[in-house]
Each structure stands twice: as structure tokens, then as C-alpha cells.
Design a protein around this ligand. Structure first.
Ligand code: NAP
Ligand code: MG
Length: 414
């Protein structure tokens, strides 16, 4: 008994120390509840957690006129690594629900615009939750350009007959003008843009990530139809590859290839997985949803935003799980999957450990991930996974029990 107490004390004293703080961005609803449980059960007992805390919960965003979101993005640039909880993007219903001063923008949009990055999303594959594409043996990582295109569009609802033109005015006043359409009745038009600077950094982020993770890289757009816009992406990728990465890829035995998006979609279904698929902003949005759904659940996916300056923001790919939160508020039991949020923390802790040379922190991240997967593989999981698993002896756990079970599994590891 005394021995146990002594060891207990030593354990506490042996908490892993950190050097630089992580930028911690708290969020909303059910994911905010999970956030606290994860910290209390799985992190604080083992790590002397150093974070700079930003409350991105909607109430505080509203109170600070969204300044807190901008501040958290600046802090991410300063410290280099952030971990973010899912947040509400307000719509009309949220305006009333939270009595908002304004319909604040999506925090993810604000942070992506500030960091100008690429989002890498990878399904978390576990035994017992098999992808519906049977030949996908390894995860496919989606690399989504996180700037511009339809996400920064300008739209006009055309009221009636008239001429729509695309006009660019240079600083010296010269114009380039193209007819979009001669309308003979009402319709719709949209203007979108991207910049060579952002596309170039997107390309660099993809090539570097492929080299880092030793995986082939695919890039696909619709350049046959969009002969200037999409073609520009293709040309920039080809140029960056030739000048900066070709030799490194060849030395590492890796392949980069460009193909039409239609061809990529068809080919992806026939592969074994284990590569990176780079997509423009919109394609990346929907293709990552497709890949994650095919692998079981949005809650079984990692997501990291990598900026051209090597800044990392880890998050879960799913939302705030509003429906579960309302149940929680009514005092009902929830069975919300915390895996993606746990992996956001482990991703951030591992990166912090790598940058600050703290091997124990990296090892802890590995151990927590291993414990999470082992828990599921042993048949203990949340309801969303229980519905799709091929395992037979399954115990459905509530949100809290699942996290506690992971702790028990982790404590039993080596
Ligand atoms: P959601 O929160 O992802 O949830 C949609 C549905 O997917 C849930 O109702 C639930 O299905 C299932 N689900 C998602 N995550 C789950 C998990 N971890 N465990 C178990 N089931 C899970 O999307 P939403 O309801 O469309 O959006 C809710 C809020 O999240 C919105 O205000 C939106 O703005 C915000 N959002 C934030 C982010 C982000 O910050 N990254 C991303 C997307 C959406 P069942 O109800 O059938 O169990
Ligand atoms: Mg989406």
C-alpha cells in the first residue's frame, strides 16, 4: 500500500514537461464537453500541460467581436502549433439562439485565411471498421488547398436581361475585359479568384508533406474545361516539382503525377491507398467527406492545417455534434465519438515534441493513439462505430466511459 502511494507520488512528479506552449482553441457544444473530458482524463494526469488558451466558444467570440479568433490565429503564427476544438459557424438560427451582435464568420475560415495553408485529412483506420472500398488497405490522405476559389467568391443574382463582363483593372489603369454572358433574362453569376503565391505554397506544402510521410502525391483538377484557371494550378505544380522537388522525389523512390479529376476519382477506387491526393479547395472539401464516409465516420479522421511557414493547426474534421449536445443538456446520456478530437491533441503534442525535442511527449502521443485504437479493436466503442463495425462482441459506451476506457487501456500499455 505504502509502495503504491510512493509510486503514485513519483508518477505525479514524473509528469512530462513541455517547453513551448501549445495554442489551445476551445470550442462549442458537445465537442467542448469532450474537450474538457479529454484534458482531465487523458492529458493532465500525465503532462504538465502548457497551453495559451483561447476561448473560441460562440459566446466569447460574440463578446470580443470575434477578436479572440484573430488573436488565436496570431498566437498560432507565434508559437507554431495549435489544437482546435470544433466551433459553431453562425447562421440565422444561431443569431437568435446566442443573441449575437453579428453573424460572425467561420473561425476555420478566419484561421485558414490568416495561415494560408493546406489541410491534410487522413482516415483513422482500425481493425473492425473496414472501408467500404474493400481494396483500400492503407489510408488515403486528402490535401485540400485552404484558400480562395468558391470560398472567397463574389456573386450577383442577375435580375434580367443585360451583359455580364469580367474586368481586371491593373494599377496603371489598363483593363482586361472578357464577356461572361449576354443575358436575355434573369440568371446568376459568380466571380472567384486565387493567387499564384497561394497556389505555389499549396504545391510546396503537398510536396513537402509527401516527402515527410514517404507517400506518392497525386494532383487532379478539371484543366480540360477550365483551360486557364485550373490549368494555372497544374502549371504551378509542374513548375514547383521540376525546380524544387523532382530530385528529392526520385531519391526517395516516390512518384508525383497530375491527372484529370475524373480520372483520379475512378483510379482512387482501384488503388490500395497509402498516398496523398491533392485537391483544389472545393474538390478537397467534398472528396475528404467521401473518403472519410467510406472509411466509416467523420469522427475517425485526422485533420491538420499546414501553413507555408511551417505552422500547424490540428483539429477534428467534424462539427460540434449539436444534436448530442441538446441531449446532454437535457441530462440524457450521449455516446459521442471523441477519437478525432483526441487525435487533434496527439497530433499537436507530437509536433510540439518534435519541434522542442521532447521525445517523451512524442512517445506519449503515440501511446495515447495506440490505446485509443486498441480500445476500439477490443470491442469497446461509441454508438456510431458500433453501428458499422464487423466485430462481434461489442460494448457500446457513453461519451465519458469511452474516454475512461481509453485511459484504462493506456495505463495497461507497457
Ligand atoms: P456535425 O457536428 O459534424 O454532426 C453531424 C452529425 O454527424 C451528428 O448529428 C452525428 O450524427 C454525426 N457525428 C458527427 N460527429 C460525431 C461524433 N464525434 N460522434 C458521433 N457522431 C458524430 O455537423 P452539423 O450538425 O452539421 O454541425 C453542427 C455545428 O458544427 C454547426 O454549427 C457547424 O457550424 C459546426 N461545424 C464546425 C466544424 C468545425 O469547427 N471544424 C465543422 C463542421 C461543422 P447523429 O446525430 O445521427 O448521431
Ligand atoms: Mg465538407
Amino acid at each position: 500500500m505504502r509502495l503504491c502511494q510512493r509510486f503514485g507520488m513519483e508518477d505525479r512528479m514524473a509528469k512530462i514537461q513541455m517547453k513551448t506552449p501549445l495554442v489551445e482553441m476551445d470550442g462549442d457544444e458537445m465537442t467542448r464537453i469532450l474537450w474538457k473530458m479529454i484534458k482531465d482524463e487523458l492529458l493532465l494526469p500525465y503532462i504538465d500541460l502548457k497551453t495559451e488558451y483561447y476561448d473560441l466558444g460562440l459566446e466569447y467570440r460574440n463578446e470580443t467581436n470575434d477578436k479572440v479568433t484573430f488573436d488565436s490565429a496570431e498566437a498560432t503564427k507565434k508559437y507554431g502549433v495549435a489544437v482546435k476544438c470544433a466551433t459553431i459557424t453562425p447562421n440565422a438560427a444561431r443569431m437568435t439562439e446566442y443573441d449575437l451582435k453579428e453573424m460572425w464568420k467561420s473561425p476555420n475560415g478566419t484561421i485558414r485565411a490568416a495561415l494560408d495553408g493546406t489541410v491534410f485529412r487522413t482516415p483513422i483506420q482500425v481493425k473492425g471498421i473496414e472501408p467500404c472500398v474493400k481494396n483500400w488497405e492503407k489510408p488515403i490522405t486528402l490535401a485540400r488547398h485552404a484558400y480562395g476559389d468558391v470560398y472567397k467568391n463574389t456573386e450577383i443574382k442577375v435580375p434580367g436581361a443585360g451583359k455580364a463582363e469580367l474586368v481586371f483593372t491593373a494599377e496603371d489603369g489598363t483593363e482586361i475585359r472578357e464577356l461572361i454572358h449576354q443575358f436575355d433574362g434573369s440568371g446568376i453569376i459568380q466571380g472567384i479568384h486565387n493567387t499564384d503565391k497561394s497556389i505555389t505554397s499549396f504545391a510546396r506544402a503537398c510536396f513537402s508533406y509527401a516527402l515527410d510521410t514517404k507517400q506518392d502525391l497525386w494532383f487532379a483538377t478539371k484543366d480540360t474545361i477550365s483551360k486557364k484557371y485550373d490549368h494555372n494550378f497544374k502549371d504551378i505544380f509542374a513548375d514547383v516539382y521540376e525546380k524544387e522537388y523532382k530530385e528529392k522525389f526520385e531519391a526517395a523512390g516516390l512518384e508525383y503525377f497530375y491527372t484529370l479529376i475524373d480520372d483520379a476519382v475512378a483510379r482512387v477506387m482501384k488503388t490500395k491507398g497509402g498516398f496523398i491526393w491533392a485537391c483544389k479547395n472545393y474538390d478537397g472539401d467534398v472528396m475528404s467527406d467521401m473518403v472519410s464516409s467510406a472509411c466509416g465516420s467523420l469522427a475517425m479522421m485526422t485533420s491538420v492545417l499546414v501553413s507555408p511557414d511551417g505552422v500547424y493547426e490540428y483539429e477534428a474534421a467534424h462539427g460540434t455534434v449539436q444534436r448530442h449536445y441538446y441531449k446532454h443538456l437535457k441530462g440524457e446520456e450521449t455516446s459521442t465519438n471523441s477519437v478525432a478530437t483526441i487525435f487533434a491533441w496527439t497530433g499537436a503534442l507530437r509536433k510540439r515534441g518534435e519541434l522542442d525535442e521532447i521525445p517523451e511527449l512524442m512517445a506519449f502521443a503515440d501511446k495515447l493513439e495506440k490505446a485509443t485504437l486498441q480500445t476500439i479493436e477490443s470491442g469497446k466503442m461509441t454508438k456510431d462505430l458500433a453501428l458499422i463495425t464487423e466485430l462481434e462482441d461489442v460494448t457500446v459506451l457513453n461519451s465519458e466511459q469511452f474516454i475512461q476506457e481509453i485511459r484504462t487501456t493506456m495505463e495497461a500499455l507497457d
